[in-house]
Design a protein around this ligand. Structure first.
Ligand SMILES: Nc1ncnc2c1ncn2[C@@H]1O[C@H](COP(=O)(O)OP(=O)(O)OP(=O)(O)O)[C@@H](O)[C@H]1O
Ligand SMILES: [Mg+2]
Length: 441
């Protein structure tokens, strides 16, 4: 490629002349990314497909210019552009040279490389530039070819990672043009927020799905792409049918306990295969497994795990009858909110709790060495028996783990109950989500 051809491609990806579309601003991620950029490390952006990684990069580039960085000091390249012919480190050098020659950046420029996995040997180039302090570098890539754990090896000790998830409930509201700045907003817009919360549960929160009318079609397409591009191809799967059945099984069993052994029986595949596949699903952020809380590691490993999925919309379009499973979807939503908390606080560990009498609590939160949170999700509080059972389980876990306050998340019931010096706080899930996102309440 000659200089002018390269420049033409670069012009299309950058806002030097014409503004790039950046969509709805995701402030929480931007703030985090901005903070990471002040470190002296390469930043990697990872996360499930279609979560908004590329958009976030563009938003960051724009925000930098709003904060006074000159447009010429930012370079953004997407290596999936078919106009690039030979994708190797030499091309990267060429691109950088053309950029310097024509844009004359001053100081240390910002470089954003999207779909970086397309370039053979990219990591050496990035490491070199980083070591020579020639640029501040942010890279992202598609899961199908570049897993976050591989990034770890390619850039050992030189990078900080930001995982982007589909929208939080607060972001979801913003995408629906509802912004909340104070408690009055919440009071004034409650009916609307509740209505939108139903939609959040039903169709989930992939940005494109949220903004489109063709929600189910897009979700089914995501599922197909995930299967074919991220899983079958990537892992050279010899038993695609088994894998597909297993995903469907997990997506329709969110919030349930599962073991590789028990799945083996109905899938006609060995427990080893199932465990291997389950690992792949985790690699591409499709499903997650939560272990049982125990002080004994062996017991933790031996016990069944609870399975959760990346998006309730995927569960509903692939495996699930929404109306019959609202409670378990609610639990999945709580899981996702806690998972995002982990992005900010890597010390945080999540477990479920269960005792010999089969009493169960959905989430135990452990922060470092401290076990300090218990959350029960309980959708059907009108049923006295269920309610008693859930409360009893929670009190038992509070006793065992020496925790004085715990939370029960509900559809809309709110109260505070005292039980012999212990406190149970009932909160509506939608409110708790706003609180969890750091919105005032
Ligand atoms: N902040 C946003 N505002 C508006 N739309 C968005 C936003 N983020 C994502 N989208 C929509 O979601 C789609 C996927 O976003 P994006 O391409 O950024 O995801 P990605 O994580 O880079 O996906 P992939 O893994 O396929 O590269 C976009 O094409 C756009 O329709
Ligand atoms: Mg992308």
């Amino acid at each position: 490629m000659d200089k002018n051809e390269i420049l033409a491609v670069l012009n299309d990806w950058n806002s030097w002349r014409t503004e790039q579309a950046t969509g709805v601003v995701r402030d929480a991620y931007l703030g985090r990314l901005e903070a990471l950029l002040t470190s002296n490390q390469v930043i990697t952006i990872t996360g499930p497909r279609r979560a908004g990684k590329s958009y976030l990069m563009r938003q960051m580039a724009k925000k930098l210019t709003e904060k006074g960085v000159k447009k010429e000091n930012i370079l953004l390249v997407n290596f999936e552009d078919p106009r690039f012919s030979t994708l190797d480190a030499k091309l990267m050098t060429q691109i950088f040279d053309v950029y310097k020659e024509f844009l004359s950046p001053t100081g240390i420029p910002y470089i954003f490389f999207d779909e970086v996995q397309e370039v053979e040997g990219w990591e050496k180039w990035v490491r070199m530039m980083h070591e020579l302090k020639k640029a501040k570098i942010v890279v992202s890539g598609s899961n199908a070819k570049l897993l976050s754990r591989e990034l770890g090896t390619l850039l050992t000790g030189r990078h900080l990672d930001l995982t982007v998830f589909p929208l939080s409930f607060t972001e979801f509201l913003a995408f629906n043009k509802i912004t909340i700045t104070d408690n009055l907003d919440i009071a004034g817009k409650e009916a609307e927020i509740r209505g939108l919360f139903r939609r959040y549960m039903e169709f989930g929160s992939f940005p494109e799905v949220v903004l489109s009318e063709q929600k189910r079609e897009i979700l089914l397409k995501y599922f197909e792409d995930l299967l074919v591009k991220d899983l079958f191809k990537r892992f050279s799967v010899r038993k695609p049918q088994v894998m597909k059945s297993l995903i469907k099984y997990y997506l329709s069993n969110v919030g349930n306990l599962t073991t590789f052994m028990s799945t083996e029986r109905f899938l006609h595949a060995s427990a080893d295969t199932i465990e291997k596949f389950a690992g792949y699903f985790e690699d591409v952020y499709l499903v997650f497994f939560v272990k049982r809380f125990s002080f004994k590691v062996k017991e933790q490993e031996k016990s069944p795990r609870k399975v959760y999925a990346i998006d309730p919309g995927l569960c509903n379009s692939v495996g699930f009858r929404f109306s019959e499973n609202v409670g378990r979807l609610a639990e999945n939503i709580v899981f996702l909110a806690l998972k995002k908390r982990q992005v900010l606080n890597p010390e945080l560990e999540l477990y479920y709790w269960k005792d010999e009498q089969h009493r169960e609590v959905d989430f135990v939160l452990k922060d470092g060495t401290k076990t300090n949170g218990l959350i029960q999700v309980c959708w059907n509080l009108t049923d006295e028996k269920t309610r008693n059972r859930e409360t009893k389980s929670l009190l038992k876990a509070m006793d065992e783990l020496k925790i004085d306050d715990a939370v029960i998340l509900t559809d809309d019931y709110e109260a505070i109950e005292e039980h012999k010096g212990r406190k149970i706080i009932y909160t509506a899930l939608w409110k708790w989500l706003l609180l969890n996102d750091g919105v005032v309440l």
